[in-house]
Ligand binder design. Structure first.
Ligand code: HMG
Length: 613
């Protein structure tokens, strides 16, 4: 019986994926990533590169990484291992080759651009000079038994020269194979290609080049990476570069999705009955792990979906937030690019990179808080609190009202147990909002009543429509605003809050803004657009405030309120100071300042270790 069709996956995450991340990922994390990928069945992994640390500071630890994975690299030479096991390191020139060989590399990768403009901008030489440089490396590498893989970038399009003529790619491919490279990886650097372009290019190449000597390297900027890989497969290509968790990015499209995700392409091939040799579940766990380690959302859609299935009890968030999105790792301020959402009758959750927006969705009941909403929202806020990739949370509502408080149509609790449960559910929700480590922003679109007022003031910040009016109606109903009082007294001050509770009067956002400072912005007019603009400007400011520091600030504020002036406040301050001084964030922020980067875009900073502090 014929063996099932198979493909070879070259995992490029540890090199191509991580190299765009501006803050240094610790060597031990890189090494563990490579080991995990290997355990997931990936036999070809690009571990690092030997380019100058000045160009790619992230990979300055290449010798240490190679030393740590020397066992894996040695296995590559074991009898019967075959060509498919490889750890190609990128080298730019003979100097890089020498360093790579010294570090134990047995397989190298060389890169060249199919476009003159890109070549000159990227490596400061013409294509002809680049070929000459490669030739020198190959001449030295082959006699040492070092195998050479080549990458051609900009196969479809160059940011400087425009569309790439396929005949140029053909000519280069032939030269590289003639030179002695065992394989040429065709790179759509900008991720602009589509299956039609893949067919066109391969149509030009395949009459002249053995397809077994070609690999495909796609980026997902326009969401075409999997489709492109399938198109290439259908034309006979059997080797694909991909990156776990879709790590990577396109330097010319800040915020764009990264490389073809390994989880996505392995899932696709398995669905097609094509073997990859990869344990997809293990790969998915690895993608989740590295995303957590470096503090950026998992860029693989299949990865996020499968991880949720594998861990049904883990994040309630996973149930609600359909998939995470990749944050670009450049330091540009325009990196917000992709989003996902999920909705229920109770609320809608939208995620845009590091921001999660929750929109209450029971407009016909004024977004009154049912028992089920209380428990689901509590679980949601708790899971968001635990997710280090979420940096800011926005709470808003659909319809005319923000939230009309407790559901008054529900049968009243009569037994002591039911009353306790009622209290516990209310208390838990406000506490979960209050204790979120991330800055929480209530975007108050309209009037709020009772518990709805509590919800807005359990958040850290309030941005309001001029329609937002806060009414603590409880006294009119013969009850008192017990649970919410904690947040109302804290944010409004006792004098204002007591009077508003006693009179159950309407308190406008403008009044709270001027009298108490507990409203932080009121939109210019009642339109949705004005409120959205207010939010956008505020969120943009918050991305320059470090997440760990924000968490600490919230602790300090809580302590200031609870322990004002007493020794316990000093204890919290002392702890915060000690943690701050040693924190990874402090190191990054200060280092950036010294380098002249006055404002660090923390959404694009990868942080090592469990805590950002
Ligand atoms: C909001 C207006 C002015 C709209 O006035 P309206 O004339 O009802 O206007 P509408 O046409 O916009 O209708 C909104 C719909 O939402 C419903 N609705 C509205 N609110 C609720 C609610 N809470 N529970 C259940 N349903 C609610 C309302 O009954 C109506 O349903 P419909 O008649 O179309 O079927 C009026 O309906 C109203 O006064 N609602 C009550 C608001 C209120 O007093 N909330 C406080 C609740 S008590 C509380 O939260 C206690 C707590 C948590 O603070 C205790 C503690 O802290 O310990």
């Amino acid at each position: 019986m014929a063996p099932p069709p198979s493909v070879r996956i070259i995992e490029v995450g540890p090199r191509d994926g991580l190299q765009n991340i501006s803050n240094v990922v610790p060597t031990r994390v890189k090494v563990e990533l490579i080991e995990r990928l290997s355990r997931a069945g990936l036999r070809s992994i690009e571990p690092t590169s030997f380019v100058s640390p000045k160009w790619v500071p992230q990979l300055a630890d290449a010798p240490e990484v190679m030393r740590a994975i020397s066992g894996l690299v040695k296995q590559q030479a074991a009898p019967g291992t075959g060509r498919d096991a490889a750890y190609p390191v990128l080298v730019p020139n003979v100097k890089g080759l020498e360093a790579a060989v010294k570090a134990g590399a047995r397989d190298i990768g060389l890169f060249i651009s199919a476009s003159e403009g890109f070549s000159r901008k990227n490596i400061n030489c013409s294509i002809a000079e680049s070929l000459e440089r490669m030739h020198k490396v190959v001449e030295k590498a082959l006699p040492l038994g070092i195998r050479v893989r080549a990458y051609i970038s900009c196969i479809f399009y160059c940011p400087y020269d425009g569309p790439t003529d396929p005949s140029r790619v053909l000519a280069l491919t032939q030269k590289l194979l003639d030179m002695g490279c065992y394989e040429v990886s065709l790179g759509d650097t900008l991720g602009v290609g589509s299956p039609a372009q893949v067919r066109r290019l391969l149509g030009v190449l395949l009459p002249h080049v053995p397809v077994a000597r070609l690999a495909a390297h796609f980026h997902d900027t326009y969401g075409q990476a999997v489709a492109n890989a399938v198109a290439a497969y259908e034309l006979g290509v059997r080797t694909f570069d991909s990156s776990v968790a879709g790590l990577g990015g396109c330097p010319y499209s800040p915020g764009a999705k990264g490389n073809l995700s390994s989880e996505d392409i392995v899932y696709t091939f398995h669905q097609m009955g094509i073997a990859t040799g990869v344990d997809l579940d293990e790969l998915v766990r690895t993608g989740h792990w590295i995303s957590q380690q470096i503090g950026i959302p998992n860029g693989s859609r299949a990865g996020a979906a499968i991880y949720t299935k594998l861990n049904p009890t883990a994040p309630a968030l996973a149930k609600n937030v359909l998939s995470s999105t990749k944050i670009a790792t450049a330091t540009s301020s325009s990196s917000s690019s992709s989003s996902s959402s999920s909705s229920s009758e109770e609320y809608v959750i939208e995620r845009t990179n590091a921001i999660v927006k929750i929109t209450l969705n029971r407009a016909r009941n004024g977004n009154a808080l049912t028992t089920s909403m209380l428990s689901n929202l509590t679980a949601l806020f708790k899971s968001l609190a635990a997710d280090r990739t979420v940096h800011r949370i926005v709470l808003t509502a659909r319809g005319s009202y923000f939230c009309t408080g407790m559901d008054l149509t529900a049968a009243p609790a009569t037994t002591p147990a039911a009353k306790r449960a009622n209290f516990a559910a209310l208390h838990a929700l406000f506490a979960a909002v209050d204790r979120c480590p991330q800055p929480t922003i209530a975007l108050v679109n309209g009037p709020a009543f009772g518990g709805g007022v509590g919800l807005a003031f359990a958040c850290d910040v309030r941005l309001c429509s001029p329609r937002a009016v806060f009414t603590l109606t409880e006294a009119r109903l013969g009850i008192c605003p017990a649970v919410v009082s904690r947040y109302i007294f804290r944010e409004w001050g006792v004098a204002v809050a007591r009077e508003a509770m006693l009179s159950a009067r309407r308190v406008t956002a403008a009044e709270l803004q001027t009298r108490t400072g507990a409203v932080h912005g009121v939109a210019d007019d009642e339109s949705q657009g004005a409120l959205a603009a207010l939010l956008a400007a505020y969120l943009d400011r918050l991305r320059f405030c470090a997440p760990g520091a924000s968490e600490q600030i919230k602790e300090l504020a809580r302590a200031a309120w609870r322990f004002a002036g007493d020794e316990r406040q000093d204890e919290v301050i002392g702890e915060a100071f000690a943690q701050m001084i040693d924190s990874e964030e402090a190191r990054v922020g200060m280092e950036n300042f010294r380098r002249g980067v006055k404002e660090t875009d923390w959404d694009n900073v990868a942080m090592a270790g469990k805590s950002k502090l």
